[in-house]
Design a protein around this ligand. Structure first.
Ligand code: SF4
Ligand code: SF4
Length: 101
Protein backbone atom coordinates (compact mmCIF):
# COMPACT_ATOMS: atom_id res chain seq x y z
CA UNK A 1 0.00 0.00 0.00
CA UNK A 2 1.33 3.44 -0.88
CA UNK A 3 2.00 5.97 1.87
CA UNK A 4 -0.66 8.30 0.42
CA UNK A 5 -3.30 5.56 0.46
CA UNK A 6 -2.38 4.71 4.06
CA UNK A 7 -2.66 8.37 5.09
CA UNK A 8 -6.19 8.50 3.68
CA UNK A 9 -7.18 5.72 6.09
CA UNK A 10 -6.16 7.61 9.24
CA UNK A 11 -8.98 9.27 11.13
CA UNK A 12 -8.10 12.39 13.04
CA UNK A 13 -10.18 13.92 15.78
CA UNK A 14 -9.72 17.34 17.25
CA UNK A 15 -10.95 18.47 20.65
CA UNK A 16 -13.92 20.77 20.63
CA UNK A 17 -15.81 22.34 23.47
CA UNK A 18 -19.11 21.27 24.81
CA UNK A 19 -21.04 18.71 22.80
CA UNK A 20 -22.60 17.81 26.13
CA UNK A 21 -23.99 21.26 26.99
CA UNK A 22 -22.83 23.44 29.87
CA UNK A 23 -20.29 20.98 31.16
CA UNK A 24 -18.59 23.69 33.20
CA UNK A 25 -21.44 23.39 35.70
CA UNK A 26 -19.61 20.33 37.11
CA UNK A 27 -16.66 22.46 38.14
CA UNK A 28 -15.76 22.90 41.83
CA UNK A 29 -12.58 24.92 41.26
CA UNK A 30 -11.86 27.34 38.43
CA UNK A 31 -8.57 28.40 36.88
CA UNK A 32 -7.85 32.11 37.16
CA UNK A 33 -5.07 33.64 35.08
CA UNK A 34 -2.89 36.31 36.69
CA UNK A 35 -1.99 38.60 33.80
CA UNK A 36 0.84 40.09 35.87
CA UNK A 37 2.56 36.69 35.69
CA UNK A 38 1.33 35.29 32.35
CA UNK A 39 4.24 35.43 29.87
CA UNK A 40 2.40 36.64 26.72
CA UNK A 41 0.33 39.09 28.77
CA UNK A 42 3.48 40.50 30.38
CA UNK A 43 5.57 40.67 27.23
CA UNK A 44 2.86 41.34 24.66
CA UNK A 45 4.40 38.57 22.55
CA UNK A 46 2.72 35.35 21.36
CA UNK A 47 4.72 32.86 23.39
CA UNK A 48 4.15 29.98 25.78
CA UNK A 49 0.39 29.21 25.49
CA UNK A 50 0.90 25.94 27.40
CA UNK A 51 -2.57 26.46 28.86
CA UNK A 52 -4.04 26.51 25.36
CA UNK A 53 -1.94 23.55 24.27
CA UNK A 54 -2.66 21.22 27.18
CA UNK A 55 -6.30 22.01 27.94
CA UNK A 56 -8.14 18.76 27.14
CA UNK A 57 -11.38 20.65 26.52
CA UNK A 58 -9.96 23.28 24.14
CA UNK A 59 -11.49 26.08 26.14
CA UNK A 60 -8.42 28.33 26.42
CA UNK A 61 -7.83 30.89 23.69
CA UNK A 62 -4.44 31.43 22.09
CA UNK A 63 -4.72 35.18 22.59
CA UNK A 64 -2.94 37.89 24.54
CA UNK A 65 -3.94 37.46 27.27
CA UNK A 66 -5.34 33.92 27.07
CA UNK A 67 -8.95 33.60 28.16
CA UNK A 68 -10.90 30.63 29.47
CA UNK A 69 -14.46 29.70 28.49
CA UNK A 70 -15.97 28.81 31.87
CA UNK A 71 -19.09 27.42 30.22
CA UNK A 72 -17.09 24.33 29.35
CA UNK A 73 -13.97 24.40 31.58
CA UNK A 74 -14.17 21.37 33.91
CA UNK A 75 -11.68 22.69 36.45
CA UNK A 76 -9.29 19.80 35.93
CA UNK A 77 -6.26 21.96 36.74
CA UNK A 78 -4.03 20.74 33.91
CA UNK A 79 -3.51 24.31 32.69
CA UNK A 80 -2.31 25.36 36.14
CA UNK A 81 0.05 22.37 36.29
CA UNK A 82 1.52 23.15 32.88
CA UNK A 83 1.89 26.92 33.28
CA UNK A 84 5.63 27.60 33.56
CA UNK A 85 5.06 30.99 35.17
CA UNK A 86 2.74 29.88 37.95
CA UNK A 87 0.20 32.32 36.53
CA UNK A 88 -2.86 30.10 36.92
CA UNK A 89 -4.46 29.54 40.31
CA UNK A 90 -7.28 27.10 40.93
CA UNK A 91 -9.87 28.94 43.01
CA UNK A 92 -12.87 27.35 44.75
CA UNK A 93 -16.15 28.11 42.96
CA UNK A 94 -17.76 28.76 46.34
CA UNK A 95 -15.57 31.86 46.76
CA UNK A 96 -17.18 33.63 43.76
CA UNK A 97 -20.41 35.62 43.99
CA UNK A 98 -23.34 34.74 41.73
CA UNK A 99 -22.47 37.72 39.49
CA UNK A 100 -18.87 36.55 39.12
CA UNK A 101 -19.91 33.05 38.04
S1 SF4 B 1 0.62 28.70 30.42
FE1 SF4 B 1 0.70 30.37 31.89
S2 SF4 B 1 2.27 31.80 31.16
FE2 SF4 B 1 1.75 30.41 29.47
S3 SF4 B 1 0.17 31.53 28.32
FE3 SF4 B 1 -0.90 30.20 29.78
S4 SF4 B 1 -1.25 31.48 31.62
FE4 SF4 B 1 0.30 32.50 30.34
S1 SF4 C 1 -8.99 23.64 34.28
FE1 SF4 C 1 -8.83 22.01 32.70
S2 SF4 C 1 -10.63 22.34 31.39
FE2 SF4 C 1 -10.33 24.24 32.54
S3 SF4 C 1 -9.07 25.52 31.25
FE3 SF4 C 1 -7.68 24.41 32.63
S4 SF4 C 1 -7.06 22.58 31.49
FE4 SF4 C 1 -8.88 23.44 30.46
Amino acid sequence: MSKDAFCNMISVSEPGPGDGGNTGSWRVVRPVIDTEKCIPAKTGKPSCFNCWLYCPDAVVTKTIPPTIDYTYCKGCGICAEECPAGAITMVAEASFTKEEK
